[in-house]
Design a protein around this ligand. Sequence first.
Ligand code: NAP
Length: 510
Amino acid sequence: MDTLTSFLCGQWQAGAAPLTPIHAAATGEVIAQASSRGLDLGAALACARQHGGEALRSLTFAQRGERLGLLAQAVAAHRDELIDLSLRNMGTTRGDGKFDVDGASGTLAYYARLGAEWGDRRWLFDGDQVQFCRSKRFVGQHLWLPRRGVAIHINAFNFPTWNLSEKLACAWLAGVPVLAKPGTASAPVAHRLVSIWHAEGLIPPGALQLLCGGAGDLLDHVGPQDCIVFTGSGATAAQIKGHPAVLRHNVAVNVEADSLNAAVLGPDVAPGSDLWTMFLAEVAREMTQKAGQKCTAIRRIVVPRAVIAEVRAELTARLQDAAVGDPALSSTAVGPLAGPSQQRDVEAGIAALSATAELVWQAKGVPAAGCFAAPTLFQSELGAAAPFVHDHEIFGPCATLLPVDPAPATVAEVVAKGGGSLAASVFSDDAGWAREVILAIAPYTGRIYWGSAKVFDQGIGHGAVMPALVHGGPGKAGGGEELGGERGLRFYWQRVAVQGDTQLLRGLAG
Ligand code: NAP
């Protein structure tokens, strides 16, 4: 069994007993263990501030981008190994493993290109000079500069490669060192990823550290120039935001949390049409990909009441085709959940939802050994008033049909009831109806996918997180924002307004 070490202050260090067991999700067997007990996390943060920050800030954007490009190449070179490890650890099917690993290399490569575009600068002007009094010579100018602290990245278990890489790409390009703490259930994959980069000499001293095991006393050591970027549950986010040291130093915290994403079918979409098929395929994929352990997965399916019988029948048929079982088999579409605690949470969520919504369909013959959950479809007639559906995210292969009157105001009320989500999708060729719905749900949503006949063949759907577009949502979804090109770097920068002489301020660029 592997004992995972942490990479801190330039050395691989083992935590003390007791160690947390890490499972092979498909069998339930313990394959690794990790602990952060006894590790000097204050020293790790100090090392990052002193060495990692200096190392990154001394590089130009182009040079930082070059580093990210090398990380991307290393991920691509070790693609099969990382996918295999993901299968062994989390029970991800090969397709789901590719989603994680290719998402990581793609995002790193995207930010590498952005660095190349920004060339030999090390920070950016924000907008133009602002004249605010009578003299044209006395002006103000906003600058974006990297803060002098550490970016603490606390990640969920579901995308160990992508989540670590996408956060790292933004922080490094911004010029800020990282301490990454992966979800313990999938820490073997994150550990291997960082080991590969370290072995290939791609990590400047102090620029990336890895903490395997619990967060321990990490947050006790945060300071006013540090920031925390968190992906995980709303409950953990609340603990982090309320941590005394975080409050004392006003440490910036970016949260990506629970999200009850909705897909909405327009009243114009006829059964059997291309758009109808696209909608059903998208919903079925979102329910089953990564066994539903995706932050953007569709949990609420809002359909016109007039076609609920057809949607129900066709969606059930599609779900029946998604074989659940051994993730190593190419015929398997749905693997297990990531570990026993995730399985317990999903089973409890399904039991609670069963008490208030109609169980439409549940997969049979799901393996008893390992951490499997049966794909499950519910229906509630209560729309925005449906209990549990809009409040609790079941992080597994489960969603609820909500038949409604498709008036834009009614649809928007149902979507808004989720309290803020990462993503929503609207399927309609009726530009007027879709416009009303999109603009009404926009304040509650981080990203909206508009499926229409015109984008039928474009491949990218509801669940894909694109580095050029922001990722994050309001309210229940955490209120955070990541990625989105340059927007993803701003969290790591201090925006400062400098007032002075026009020419002297221009000279700040060097
Ligand atoms: P979680 O239990 O909240 O854990 C997330 C991370 O926080 C893990 O690394 C965990 O470490 C760590 N953690 C736990 N308690 C902590 C504390 N007191 N202080 C500091 N760190 C702490 O969530 P999860 O079960 O891994 O992930 C599932 C949830 O994440 C779902 O609710 C899902 O919606 C959400 N999610 C959101 C997004 C998004 O982008 N919005 C993406 C993926 C997942 P350990 O693993 O060691 O406990």
